[in-house]
Design a protein around this ligand. Structure first.
Ligand code: UFG
Length: 330
């Protein structure tokens, strides 16, 4: 039996594929390569280049492979872009997932682990954030992820499709052995941007807002190692197989770091000078996002292996130094 990973050529998807292979699982990757990189998919993994809207191809994937479960990453995931292009976000994320779920139900595949996000919470009322807290997304990206969570809830009621939705906080880092890493075009995430500045690929890092109600005035986020996210997907699948119970889990370290602290950590790890320039706030950024991941720890048995921000940055730096032009240079 194999696991179908949609978006398996993307950042978190490819690290999860690597982890599943290490666990001895058989993996089939489905990715349209709009954002993903074929080089990020390990050799020997069955690969289908395709789009979630392509019912015929999805049916063929389910017919040609004995798929026992799906891990669904494929999505657009930029908050700012989603505000500018909500239709395309609903089309790719909601309509794409709807088609995937439809073809799963028709093919009799009844387990799915879904890549959700802390963006479903919007501006939190309290931190750390728990799964039972209110979900009021502040942008179309978060709305589309929440809509898919709700689709999965109702698909369980109607068809017995069991799902685990994993709400990630700030994914960062890379494969500790340096085989794969983070390569987005354009890059919008803080840690890779700071590391690009360390490499001289950017003149400086812009700090988006220094007037938040936090100790140093910059936004606080909960950074979680991509391999710890990968392990959570594996554990979520194991739990689905064991209990056949659907669930929703936050994934973070429960510790917040400000933008300035992240930049300082990058300076320490890289030993390079990194210029930081004060800039206006970025629209839609909550001041503080920190996860309570107690539920994932209790119910999935999840124990993050790389909670140290320095180590997260070290692994990301290792990838950036060795792949200054990302996958395109390969
Ligand atoms: N930031 C800067 N300068 C930059 C880039 C980012 O100051 O050049 C700041 C942002 O304003 C924010 C923090 O660094 O305060 C982290 O920003 P990221 O873009 O790295 O991450 P976000 O917290 O905005 O977004 C992440 C995921 C989203 C997800 C969101 C959940 O990337 O997919 O968490 O809130 F929706």
């Amino acid at each position: 039996m194999a696991i179908l990973v949609t978006g398996g050529a993307g950042y978190i998807g490819s690290h999860t594929v690597l982890h599943l292979l290490n666990k001895g699982e058989k993996v089939v990757v489905f990715d349209n390569l709009q954002k993903g990189h074929q080089e990020a998919v390990m050799e020997g993994v069955s690969f289908y280049k395709g789009d979630l809207h392509d019912s015929e191809l999805l049916d063929a994937v389910f017919a040609e492979n004995e798929i026992e479960a799906v891990i669904h990453f494929a999505a657009n995931s930029l908050v700012g872009e989603s505000v500018e292009h909500p239709i395309s976000y609903y089309q790719n994320n909601v309509a794409g997932s709807l088609n995937l779920v439809d073809r799963m139900v028709k093919s009799g595949v009844k387990k799915i682990v879904f890549s959700s996000t802390a963006a479903v919470y919007g501006e939190p009322e309290t931190v750390p954030i728990s799964e039972s807290d209110r979900t009021v997304p502040g942008n179309p990206y978060g709305e589309t992820k929440l809509a898919i969570e709700k689709l999965l809830f109702w698909a369980d009621q109607a068809y017995g499709l069991k799902s685990v939705a994993l709400r990630y906080f700030n994914a960062a880092g890379a494969d500790p052995e340096g085989r794969i890493g983070e390569d987005h075009t354009p890059e919008s995430h803080l840690i890779p941007i700071v590391l690009e500045a360390a490499l001289g690929k950017r003149p400086h890092v812009s700090i988006f807002g220094e007037d938040y109600k936090t100790e140093d005035g910059t936004c606080i986020r909960d950074y979680i190692h991509v391999m710890d996210l990968a392990e959570a997907h594996y554990l979520a699948l194991e739990k689905l197989k064991r209990t056949e119970e659907s669930g929703v889990y936050n994934l973070g370290n429960g510790t917040g770091f400000s933008v300035k602290e992240v930049i300082e950590t990058c300076r320490e790890v890289t030993g390079r000078e990194i210029q930081a320039v004060s800039s206006p706030r970025r629209a839609g950024d909550p001041a503080v996002l920190i996860a309570s991941s107690q539920k994932a720890k209790d119910e999935l048995g999840w124990i993050p292996q790389y909670p140290d921000l320095k180590e997260i940055v070290k692994h990301a730096w290792n990838w950036h130094v060795n792949h200054p032009d990302g996958y395109s240079a390969q």
